[in-house]
Design a protein around this ligand. Sequence first.
Ligand SMILES: N[C@@H](CCC(=O)N[C@@H](CS)C(=O)NCC(=O)O)C(=O)O
Length: 241
Amino acid sequence: MIELYASGTPNVQKIHIMLEELGLEYRSHQINVYRGEQFAPDFVKLNPNSKVPVIVDHEGPQGRPYTVFESGAILIYLAEKTGTQLLPTEPFKRYNVMQWLMIQLTGIGPMFGQFNHFRRFAPPGNDYSDQRYTSETRRLYDLLEARLGQTRYLGGDDYSIADIATFPWIRNHSKRFGETLAFMRIGFEGMPHLARWFTAIETRPAVIRALVTIDANPSPNWTATPEDLDRLFGRGRFARG
Ligand SMILES: N[C@@H](CCC(=O)N[C@@H](CS)C(=O)NCC(=O)O)C(=O)O
């Protein structure tokens, strides 16, 4: 049994999809990051970085319980635990998957995250930051479109943890920021390869199962007070330095 500490956000959605793909038994616990539950001492014992997702695998290495945080580390851990071809063992295929996984972890996640932040939560007067992250988001979309024009999936011919990591970020935009993306001229109309890839993943049985759970537990951000937002974003009386 695996315990998943979750919220309704893309980094957590990856893990729901992975667990469904692998058919592993799991139980999820919602952590309300808008209320600061990620800073509670019991949660910090699981992840000193105070972020979801976290898993606790009761049958970890050597049969002992093991805790894993950071979504990329969790995907690799679960792939290696089960020996799935979602992370191939053949070196060329494996490192192709790793490279596109790293692009999600170090590029798409942080840059789309900042793009979303400046579009939705920043006070007015941040034109430079808005432009910077819009431009970078647009560049990353172009990168994905070009890659998927060459290969069926991000890592190569086969579906992998690189696709699982990237899909929720694209879905998040397609659901929430339709108008913004139209303004940015990012839509699946101009991106046939991204659209093909998105549909291929969205219609996988395991992804459909995961999305039922994901959509039943959306981020509770509409109940967040100004203080909740200040705590989450480290601003106002929560600012450091
Ligand atoms: N690099 C981390 C990022 C995790 C992350 O940013 N989690 C967000 C939700 S998607 C969170 O817990 N935020 C709470 C906070 O920043 O205090 C990963 O990939 O797991």
